[in-house]
Design a protein around this ligand. Sequence first.
Ligand SMILES: Nc1nc2c(c(=O)[nH]1)N(C=O)[C@@H](CNc1ccc(C(=O)N[C@@H](CCC(=O)O)C(=O)O)cc1)CN2
Ligand SMILES: Nc1ncnc2c1ncn2[C@@H]1O[C@H](COP(=O)(O)OP(=O)(O)OP(=O)(O)O)[C@@H](O)[C@H]1O
Length: 188
Amino acid sequence: MITKEAVRQACKSQRAALSIADCASWTSKLCQEILQLEQYEHAQSIMAYLAMPKEANLDDVIEHALQAGKRVYVPVCIDKTTMIAVRLHNLDDVVHGVLNIRVPKEPYEIIDPKDIDLILVPGSGFDRNGGRMGMGNGYYDRFLKELSPSNYIAVAWQVQIMDKPIPMERYDQRMPAIVTEQGVIHVN
Ligand SMILES: Nc1nc2c(c(=O)[nH]1)N(C=O)[C@@H](CNc1ccc(C(=O)N[C@@H](CCC(=O)O)C(=O)O)cc1)CN2
Ligand SMILES: Nc1ncnc2c1ncn2[C@@H]1O[C@H](COP(=O)(O)OP(=O)(O)OP(=O)(O)O)[C@@H](O)[C@H]1O
């Protein structure tokens, strides 16, 4: 049997092997796909994430949302298991936090996850049934646990959609849909 960790390493190394030029070329298409989502259009508050290199980048979506007057939140990990959503007013108001991920400057304006209209969820790999492989700390699994799937959607590059099912465990949250630069994959 292939272990979850082996699949995680495969997903992560596959993403690391992407070229920066390819990622850059997919970014504007991805942004367009997200802006077209009905849930995005209707959302007054969104939670995005500040992408790591080669991760599906949402900076243009964040910029658009801020311009459109939506409230924007991004994740901040405060310990090994807990992630909070912190308001971002400006993409320039960030510092480099743990693992070099950008985070808003303190003091943090924290929101209750239940009060976010749309959460864009990152991952290292997904399958067509909404199976998700994250970075391995279970941050999003815990964060999404009590929320309705209508309030979140996964984001990835199309090459991160695996043909084989992602091994799912008890705590793993299935994604209702995945948006990539090639469109939306709806899960039955
Ligand atoms: N852009 C972005 N922000 C995010 C996440 C994410 O997936 N993407 N997260 C989603 O949960 C949380 C951060 N979780 C992360 C967990 C591990 C690693 C990571 O790269 N770990 C290293 C090993 C640790 C180390 O270098 O010390 C690795 O996997 O090689 C990155 C993010 C919150 N913020
Ligand atoms: N709701 C929860 N309560 C307790 N433990 C949890 C919960 N959700 C996940 N975990 C634990 O967290 C650990 C990491 O989970 P998993 O491998 O699914 O992370 P991931 O989804 O890949 O990571 P991330 O969400 O941080 O990107 C596992 O040991 C899992 O059992």
